[in-house]
Design a protein around this ligand. Sequence first.
Ligand code: CMP
Length: 139
Amino acid sequence: AIERTLSIIKPDATRRNLTGKINAKFEEAGLRIVAQKRIHLTEAQAGQFYEVHKERPFYGELCQFMASAPVVVQVLEGEGAVAKNREVMGATNPAEAADGTVRKEFALSIGENSVHGSDSAENAAIEIAFFFSGLELVG
Ligand code: CMP
């Protein structure tokens, strides 16, 4: 089925001017960028987005990192978009990411791993609504 998923190009990648190279990988995989904006999150906003990880030891570091520079938040649409995006991103830990994936090519560490992608269709709907209004989604 045609799905939508929420993607974030993280501060380590925007700092290194990698937005276009990462977007090219999404588009080459058949994902369409139906919404996109560059924003600079506050630590509190990052904390709200990653609330599910609140009890993890890396939560504070994660929120600081996500607020350390601009991010590009985007909605990707396509056949099986949630799984396809995860395939293009590669494993969370770049040391375990497959060749050709975004994280294999660009990620610096498990924390500074260049991209975020929703892990299920259900979470995608929640994460898209966190950043975008319906009017901003242009299929
Ligand atoms: P993401 O897909 O954005 O979801 C949660 C993020 O937490 C994850 O990618 C990683 O960047 C980060 N993360 C996961 N494990 C660790 C860790 N052990 N140390 C630091 N950050 C982590």
